[in-house]
Ligand binder design. Structure first.
Ligand SMILES: *[C@@H]1O[C@H](CO)[C@@H](O)[C@H](O)[C@H]1NC(C)=O
Length: 363
């Protein structure tokens, strides 16, 4: 087989020599092309001394290079795709393959061939790369829920041409657990997660083609409740209302209860309980003591529990002679300070009472 090929070439060359003609050559082939989707390219192939030998443009199959797709032969187009056209310039013996409206799958190796015999050819290649905006692959992290103290890996993989760079940011340019406001790489590792690490993370893929792509990754950090009490001791006069408050931070959102003397309190004519969630993990809880009676003075407890643990804190209510504002008299303390500046402790009480009554009527 090999020897017959060699013989064929020798015969071909001998013919050339005998007939005084030169051996066919490809004298020019276009340089590598890099093109945007939708763009146009021209691939040129100039040949010399080819006489009647066929000149072909071929597309090599990117998956199986042994498979080829003939696009043109001589000055005739073979491929049935209106985006392709062929121009033959006789003077320079140049075959120019034109492709309009370039698509992703037009990328690959194009070959100009001169067929000498059934088995012998000379050829030259030109590579065509298509610029593709980044895409973020589905095997990237979408969201994670992690307990405080645990480690977590956020992964982000992207494709496109040229290969995109992948970097990480946080919402509002918050500092990353790795330090700094940006981290480059496919994997962002947080060895030991804490509460402050919760929030939205951005994976950004960029390659200079188009605007780049971003994926938002929610990181939920689960932690056991922590309670703080803004005012641990509160006074109020008999027959007046008073609000006891606890601030709870926890995730997932906790069950919150109020207790006095080991009895869980509920909404009734003596108590009113309300919770106000300011965010997923922040809850303000208020126990309103309605028209305080003697037995309602003492220690109260707020308790918060989620699957990771519980916390509790105490708030004490003690009896005063003077009603305390707020909530007894609304928010306006102006009358109190006026009374105080008028001097004499004996005038404060009547003025306060008056202020309280006035507020009540007013409301
Ligand atoms: C993610 O998916 C892309 C495309 O499907 C693949 O090329 C890449 O190897 C995958 N990476 C990992 C780490 O699984």
């Amino acid at each position: 087989m090999y020897w017959t090929r060699v013989a064929a070439v020798l015969v071909a060359q001998l013919l050339i020599i005998v007939t005084g003609q030169r051996f066919p050559t490809i004298s020019y082939i276009s340089q590598e092309k890099v093109i945007d989707i939708g763009g146009s390219i021209e691939l040129e192939c100039s040949v010399q001394y080819v006489r009647d030998f066929p000149v072909l443009w071929i597309k090599m199959d990117s998956v199986d290079p042994s498979r080829t797709i003939p696009l043109s032969t001589g000055s005739n187009l073979i491929v049935k795709d209106s985006r392709f056209s062929l121009r033959y310039d006789q003077a320079s013996s140049t075959y120019t393959l034109q492709i309009k409206d370039i698509q992703e799958n037009d990328a690959g190796k194009y070959q100009c061939q001169v067929l000498l015999t059934v088995t012998e050819k000379i050829s030259a290649d030109v590579a065509v790369s298509v610029r593709i905006p980044p895409i973020i692959f589905d095997n990237s992290t979408r969201s994670v829920v992690v307990s405080e103290g645990e480690g977590v890996k956020l992964e982000c993989y992207a494709g496109g041409y040229p290969a995109p760079t992948v970097s990480w940011r946080r919402e509002n340019y918050a500092v990353l657990p790795t330090g700094g406001s940006q981290y480059r790489g496919n994997i962002l590792t947080i060895p030991s997660v804490n509460k402050n690490d919760r929030g939205t993370y951005y994976c950004v893929a960029e390659n200079g083609v188009g605007k780049g792509k971003r994926r938002n990754i929610a990181v939920e950090v689960e932690f056991s409740p922590v309670i703080t009490v803004p005012r641990p001791r509160l006074g109020q006069a008999l027959q007046y209302d008073m609000d006891l408050e606890c601030h709870v931070i926890a995730y997932p959102p906790p069950a919150i209860t109020w207790w006095k003397d080991d009895v869980q309190l509920s909404n009734n004519q003596h108590y009113s309980i309300s919770h106000f969630a300011t965010a997923d993990e922040f809850t303000d809880t208020t126990l309103r003591i309605l028209t305080a009676e003697k037995r309602q003075y003492g220690q109260y407890y707020c308790k918060a529990a989620n699957k990771l643990g519980t916390d509790q804190a105490s708030v004490e209510l003690f009896e005063t002679v003077i009603p305390i504002c707020p909530p007894a008299c609304g928010q306006n303390l102006f009358s109190v300070s006026v009374a105080a500046s008028l001097g004499g402790a004996d005038i404060i009480l009547p003025v306060l009472l008056l202020a309280c009554m006035f507020r009540r009527i007013y409301y």
